[in-house]
Design a protein. Structure first.
Length: 99
């Protein structure tokens, strides 16, 4: 159970602030060219971050195994959606001629 606390804390301290900042459209100027659709990248990072609380919180609260399994499956779906969102944004950017 300690590993779930560690993972939740690590993801909350790293991915959450980065995702929120990018979703708000704020990124350093030197990275703006590489992260062309900044807001889309931010939402994709937040979708990947959502895996941590959806997986850890039910287990830490002692929820039933069925609920934990259902939320873990939902977390997987959200993560795949975030990865697809990022891939489609990169594909659209590449088609428009941006690096």
């Amino acid at each position: 159970m300690i590993w779930q606390w560690i993972g939740l804390a690590a993801f909350s301290l790293t991915l959450l602030p980065i995702g929120l900042t990018m979703a708000a459209g704020r990124v350093p100027a030197r990275l703006r060219a590489r992260l062309a659709p900044v807001r889309v990248h931010g939402w994709a990072v937040l979708a990947v971050y959502a895996v941590a609380p959806l997986n850890a919180i039910p287990r830490l609260t002692g929820a039933s195994p069925e609920l934990s399994l259902a939320l873990t499956a939902a977390a997987g779906i959200v993560a795949v959606a975030g990865c697809l969102m990022l891939g489609l944004a990169r594909l659209a950017t590449a088609e428009n001629g941006a690096p």
